[in-house]
Write a protein that binds this ligand. Structure first.
Ligand SMILES: NC(=O)c1ccc[n+]([C@@H]2O[C@H](COP(=O)([O-])OP(=O)(O)OC[C@H]3O[C@@H](n4cnc5c(N)ncnc54)[C@H](O)[C@@H]3O)[C@@H](O)[C@H]2O)c1
Length: 252
């Protein structure tokens, strides 16, 4: 089997890093399922892929809902084929200092990032094991190392690293690798919302971030898509259980 007949799922692929990753994997030759909360939200990514001659399907699902995940994966199997590549990218922020963080801010972040990756991986691993081949990439973050105002998010993103390493150990013998990509600052709607929350213009916020980054710029979604493309490639079969920080430099 080659990239030409493999099926990839990217969650949270309506915009940002997920959209860039879906578009890149389609250009690499995979048929791509674009999963996001609403099917309609994924249409734009699908149109970009099909306009470039690729194959894609928009599917609406909340990755933190087991029934919706099962239905989404079943639909991908029926309409594109069995998925052997999964990118767990869907994410949300509910930033606040610990003393102001609500229980629901905690639960929402845990549910989307951690439970979402668990449910999606569980639903897809069967198809990977059956195929004797699979690639799972989980989106962690530099915030896994600790970040003020992100007790929930940093815990979830650090949790995803442990989850990734465990999947690598459990699934390796079936030809399945699992790796995590941990982006630093990437310019997306998510970081634009953070700029707004702290009362800064996005350009000013990006410039301040870039001044702290060794390569002297903030990241763009394609920086992450490129790394994911490598990790899901057939040639990366001996790379597993790794966390790759894609942050324009080393992190303390
Ligand atoms: N932007 C950054 O600087 C940065 C840095 C490190 C890690 N990340 C991680 O990368 C991933 C993508 O980030 P982004 O900046 O592109 O974010 P984004 O907010 O632009 O896009 C996230 C997408 O996920 C979707 N989504 C949210 N909850 C969902 C759910 N329950 N089910 C399905 N889809 C859902 C949203 O609708 C949206 O389309 C996230 O996991 C994020 O935590 C981003």
């Amino acid at each position: 089997m080659t990239e030409q007949n493999r099926v990839a799922i990217v969650t949270g692929a309506a915009r940002g890093i997920g959209a860039a990753t879906a578009i890149r994997l389609a250009a690499d030759g995979y048929a791509v399922a674009v999963i996001d909360l609403e099917e309609s939200a994924g249409k734009d990514t699908v149109e970009k892929i099909t306009a470039a001659g690729g194959k894609a399907l928009a599917v609406g699902a909340d990755v933190s809902n087991a029934e919706q995940v099962a239905a989404a994966v079943d639909r991908v199997v029926a309409e594109l084929g069995a998925p052997t590549i999964l990118v767990n990218n869907a994410g949300v922020l509910r930033d606040n200092l610990l003393f102001k963080m609500s229980e629901s801010d905690w639960d929402t972040v845990m549910n989307v990032h951690l439970k979402g990756a668990f449910l999606m991986s569980k639903a897809c691993q069967k198809h990977m094991v059956d195929a004797g081949y699979g690639r799972i990439v989980n989106l962690s973050s530099s915030s896994a190392l600790g970040n003020r105002g992100q007790a929930n998010y940093s815990a979830a993103k650090a949790g995803l690293q442990g989850f990734t390493k465990t999947l690598a150990k459990e699934l390796g013998k079936f030809g399945v690798t699992a790796n995590a990509v941990a982006p630093g600052f990437i310019a997306t709607d998510m970081t634009a919302a953070t700029a707004e929350r702290v009362g800064m213009g996005f350009e000013e916020f990006k410039a301040a971030a870039a001044s702290m980054i060794p390569v002297n710029r903030v990241g763009v979604p394609d920086d992450i898509a490129h790394t994911v493309s490598f990790l899901v490639s057939e040639g990366a079969g001996f790379v597993s259980g790794q966390v790759i920080y894609v942050a324009g430099g080393p992190l303390d």
